[in-house]
Design a protein around this ligand. Sequence first.
Ligand code: HEM
Length: 393
Amino acid sequence: MTGREDPYPRYARLRQISPIVRAEDGALVVTGYDDCQTVVRDARFGHLPPDLLAAVGFPDWRDHPALLQLFTSMLALNPPDHTRLRRLVSSAFTARRVAALRPAIERMVADLLDAMAADAGRPVDFVAEFAFPLPVAVIGELLGVPAADRAQFQTLVRDWTQVLEVITPEVLARADPAAATIREYLGGLLDERRKDPADDLLSALTQAQAADDRLTDEEVLSSAALLFAAGFETTTNLLSNGLVALLANPGQRDVLAEHPEAAVEELLRYDSPVQIASRLVMADVDVAGVTIEEGERIVAYLGAGNRDPQRFADPDELRLDRPDNAPLSFGGGIHYCLGAPLARLEGQIALPALLARFPDLSLAGAPQRRDSLSLKGFTAMPITLTATPADLG
Ligand code: HEM
């Protein structure tokens, strides 16, 4: 399956065959809500320790910047290294820091909407003009990445994160130079902050490192790169997938305006920006009624679990006021998304403001899908807006 297809009919067919199936690449795949939760929450599912990557065909992984940056980040580590790195980032990425961002996010949204209003009547690319600039500005402000430097990371991060799919020489040929550029850039900023700290997350990371001498420069750099990349790539897709779903269901606009928290949960469920979570079976375990042996690879199809009819009534319908909604979109267990409160806040502010400002916003052509199974979203989305009387005045 390529990322350009609509995966949901395929998920439904897989579910009909069996709750657990073996994919062409040998990995096991689960599609049910409960089974996906087991895979992301149970400690018997983990990641391959980096020193064993040689055994699975990556003897030179440290020489590939794209793999080095992924496999030394918390996303790919098991405890105790995972615990150490997660503590490093969560000590700096506090709920207080996130909640304090609300006024700044509201201001950024208003500024981007003003800029788009200037293009009323002409097709504009929603991804380039809103869905990417907002989250990259938010995480850029938080980390301390200067505004003028941010735009280049849209393509760099897209190329690097292709290694979350199947890793081939072609993928590495694009992902490595992209990751090398990201590392050089963020490494330079971290060095500056070590000498001259500011009130930002990069400085907070270097200060946490100064207080814990087990943390290596490599680990701090991979943490910064993961935070930056995860901070905008997925949220860009929440905004663009969310807009497509909202445009297809115009009758639910009132719910979005009145209950943005519930609406964003449903948009996350309906079309999750992260579709899969992959794990290694660390000890024999029963899933979906079968015993899986240690050493097997298993993939939780979060996007399929989010449409599991045993968990959600009429799962293929968007219901922004869906009761008892708990999508799998942020994963679960020890790797539960560290940025979930921030991503939610951005969606809850941005989408209602967008549709309030441009009530007759419409698609002006076919959106371009990102060619990826794990990160689902769009690279471009032409829309047209009509200026409201205030804009014309
Ligand atoms: C709608 C937006 C987002 C979605 C759907 C999302 C989804 C996810 C998922 C599914 C995971 C777990 C992956 C796994 O278990 O294999 C994850 C982990 C993570 N996310 Fe997010 N994310 C989003 C936004 C963000 C933001 C805004 C940030 C940072 C500012 C962020 C930072 C992270 C980090 C650091 C991890 C790794 C946590 C760990 O391994 O312990 N994410 N995210």
